[in-house]
Design a protein around this ligand. Sequence first.
Ligand SMILES: Cc1cc2nc3c(=O)[nH]c(=O)nc-3n(C[C@H](O)[C@H](O)[C@H](O)COP(=O)(O)OP(=O)(O)OC[C@H]3O[C@@H](n4cnc5c(N)ncnc54)[C@H](O)[C@@H]3O)c2cc1C
Length: 371
Amino acid sequence: MNLSYWEIKQWLDNVDFTIVGSGIVGLNCALSLRKKYPKSKILILEKGILPQGASTKNAGFACFGSISELLHDLKTHSEEVVFNLVKNRWEGLLRLREILGDKALDYKPYGGYEVFLEEDSALYEECKEEREYLNQFLKPLFKKEVFSITENKFGFKRVNQNYILNNFEGQLDTGKMMEALLKKCIVENIRILNATNVLSFEEMSSGVLIKTTHFEMESRKLFIATNGFTSTLFNADVKPARAQVLITKPIKNLHIKGTFHLDKGYYYFRNIDNRILFGGGRNLDKEGETTTSFGETEHIQKTLKALLSSVILPNTPFEIEHKWSGIMGVSDIKKPIVDVVSNHVFCGVRLGGMGVAIGSLIGQELASLAD
Ligand SMILES: Cc1cc2nc3c(=O)[nH]c(=O)nc-3n(C[C@H](O)[C@H](O)[C@H](O)COP(=O)(O)OP(=O)(O)OC[C@H]3O[C@@H](n4cnc5c(N)ncnc54)[C@H](O)[C@@H]3O)c2cc1C
């Protein structure tokens, strides 16, 4: 790239901290670095014209785990581990709301519901039986009852006539959240270069040499916040996981309000702007969805549409306006990786399906590795 003296001096020379990825983790990492190092030069390199992974593609659930998910986790992890998972998610959400404010997030405390398909009545019974235990288990954190039983008030079909409500779950507007974070970075004099793909990095004695599609540059420290794309930069136990979503056109007198987990969490839906946003179905083709390529498949989209008309909106005509996908970073281990990669390189990746909840904390933790 033919860069001028000014471009090099202003944007690429003497950079203290470079962050790869402008998702929720990268932006929060940059903001935490700014707080600690007010005079530093901070640069974010982002391959997309917008953030292009999961942070601008997600469903905007402000959640910390449905009842069946937490019960499942308790079968494979100790109580202490599961309690800390929930605590981190809850505290992460509080932190996000504190940094940006509920108005900027369009945060709505509408509650979250786990809805059970008729064929999952055994799972419903198990959740019902364990509800009291879980409420006691979570009491030190929430002080009040988290899970209660409520009737099928939204008229879903082919489902158990009771749902389990989580009063502490909320929803936010994903686009507004990311725009507010990006604006905050600009105000804090954090530079972001979009459409700049980082191809590789090399340790040097006093910093890191970074090679991108357009230029090479040096930085004192490098923070990798690339989530599902991490394996293109270095070896890490992070697999890409594509998640497909659709949204309806506005529906008159839409009575559904809240965030919903269906079929053991394989599907999720919510109201937004008088529409239903509906996603999931990765379990239908786990191998095919282990990809960094964006796109939709006929099989999953057909299944989403069928569930929408048979279960969620059985008596309401609807049209689908838009479909998209996002790429998550996952592994069998639920915990994110926040670690030192080499002398001057650090990473905060593998956020799974909970990045809205934990992204701000992981960004902060990643930044703290610079100390
Ligand atoms: C469809 C969907 C629904 C979801 N729903 C929810 C939900 O309701 N609630 C919830 O808590 N979580 C949800 N998630 C998960 C959540 O969105 C993620 O955990 C979170 O956004 C991860 O943030 P991140 O910053 O780690 O990664 P990302 O947002 O993926 O950011 C990584 C960034 O790095 C950039 N990048 C990657 N490689 C390079 C490179 N080599 N050079 C330059 N840039 C690079 C990417 O373009 C991307 O912008 C959902 C995810 C998806 C896909």
